[in-house]
Design a protein around this ligand. Structure first.
Ligand SMILES: [Ca+2]
Ligand SMILES: [Ca+2]
Ligand SMILES: [Ca+2]
Length: 298
């Protein structure tokens, strides 16, 4: 029996992989691209100044966007950027972008002037991840009268008729249906004038199982345990698979609040009831972990 398992373990050993340069790395080396800015725009709403646009580059998430002039700030954002600051009489903002290869964009400038006419509202928000697929969206509507606007959420999560407070702030916790873009839009209640459509990407990493082990817990009793790493591991179901051991095949262990899982199985006294046990777990978003395995010896 031991020799059989030694053979199995040899068969299951993964082949050695040789590192080779990826196509992306070759592209970055051979074709350096300087960032450019498109869709540069802005608004002055009451005493607030907003400047926004998009960065075009081979890897915009690695770029730093810097605002100068009336706004002094810098940030890294994946493609889209916005700067929001108090308006103090100067409406000129200069934007430039520095990428991860040390390449600078040209300078882009925009001149905003205040207007006494009714301004289209502007909405911005951020996402905080909770347990399961719950997300909390917190944001601000900029308008002359934000309390007279209503915010609706669409895309990966949905809500309608959210009313901001007098500062324009709103917050809502929703269960998302999937990963992907979630959007917010504010609408002036009396005019029907819409704001921008603000979008944020909901994303999650694959879960990962480590420390998988099989412990003897008594006569014919075996405990399978391990650790799950995920943004929200507690409550996930780890699924076991074994061709040789029926009571284990298809069984599920729920991940505890400390991210460990553990399940004990009573096997028969037949020493042939032994073999390889696999475990994997799916996160709340449908992303599967690695599959780990161990040998249950008798
Ligand atoms: Ca670049
Ligand atoms: Ca308005
Ligand atoms: Ca995840």
């Amino acid at each position: 029996m031991m020799e059989l398992f030694a053979r199995k373990r040899r068969q299951l050993t993964r082949p050695v992989r040789f590192a080779r340069p990826t196509l992306e790395r070759l592209d970055a080396r051979d074709l350096p691209a300087a960032p450019t800015v498109t869709g540069l725009g802005g608004q002055i709403i009451g005493s607030t100044m907003i400047v926004y646009g998009q960065v075009q580059d081979d890897n915009p998430a690695a770029d730093t966007v810097t605002a100068g002039g009336a706004i002094s700030a810098s940030k890294t954002t994946p493609g889209e950027f916005e700067f929001i600051a108090p308006y103090g009489g100067n409406g000129t903002v200069v934007i430039d972008v520095l990428d991860d290869e040390g390449l600078n964009s040209t300078q882009y400038s925009i001149v905003l002037t205040p207007s006494s006419s009714n301004q289209q509202p502007y909405v911005t928000f951020s996402v905080a991840y909770g347990t399961n697929r719950y997300v909390t969206l917190s944001g601000t509507v900029y308008d002359e009268n934000p309390m007279m606007t209503s915010v609706s959420i669409s895309g990966a999560a949905s809500a309608t008729s959210l009313f901001p407070n007098s500062q324009g702030q709103f917050s809502v916790t929703l269960m998302a249906t999937a990963l992907g873009d979630v959007n917010a839009r504010a609408t002036e209640m009396f005019t029907g004038i819409h704001s921008n459509l603000a979008a944020r990407l909901l994303e999650s990493k694959k879960p990962r199982i480590t420390e998988f082990e099989i412990l003897t817990a008594g006569t014919n009793l075996y405990t399978l345990r391990g650790y799950v790493t995920d943004e929200s591991a507690p409550g996930l179901g780890v699924i076991f698979r074994s061709l040789e051991i029926n009571p284990i095949n298809g069984a599920v262990a729920t991940v505890y609040s400390n991210n460990f899982f553990e399940k004990t199985f009573q096997l028969s006294s037949n020493p042939d009831e032994c073999g390889v046990v696999y475990a994997k777990v799916e996160d709340w978003w449908g992303l599967w972990s690695n599959e780990v395995w161990e040998i249950l010896y008798r």
